[in-house]
Design a protein around this ligand. Sequence first.
Ligand code: 3PG
Length: 212
Amino acid sequence: MTTKTDLLLSLLDGQPVIPVLKIDDVAHAAPLARALARGGLRVIEITLRTDAALDAIKAAATVPEAVVGAGTILNAHQFHQAVAAGSRFIVSPGLTPQLLDAASASPVPLLPGAVTSSEIMAAKEAGLDFLKFFPAEQSGGAAYLKALASPFAGIRFCPTGGIAANNARDYLSLPNVVCVGGSWSAPDALVKAGKWDEIEELAREAAKLKVV
Ligand code: 3PG
């Protein structure tokens, strides 16, 4: 296990679900981070899918009880922007040589996506042993991920994409899964309406899921 994997796992501290967030209004970032943390989901991923994302990361990073990472990082430039905004970990749907160079030169851990055997082997060669499996449901789901456990012993995954309260356990019961990611604990409509209590409740339910 690499030191940066250790760091990422210690940030997670057994949290079974990482909320994957798309924030349109920077004013939502801090109250959303607080609501999720109150519900037990301290570690959150704010995706660079909106113009407000980098400012949202900055705002959420001021919430002491939250551990804020950036998601949907597609290149080295975004990696640096996200780190400068205060991200404590970086999530990417895949891995490129340039992104790998940026991550290798940084103390901030990268959780890169890998689905195929060759992608997993390339990540492993680069010293990365904790990977995102995305898009999980569309790529073959829990059955596919289970089949990777034997050839890729020692590689652990955070599956995301199409995972929600109804199927999270299918993944969390696999030996090679550390946590799952998903947007279900902070649905767009509740965020836009500022329904922080409802989000806190969804987070509380998600936080009860067990990594087996
Ligand atoms: C991600 O980037 O991890 C996914 O887009 C989250 O997928 P979901 O919205 O299906 O949970």
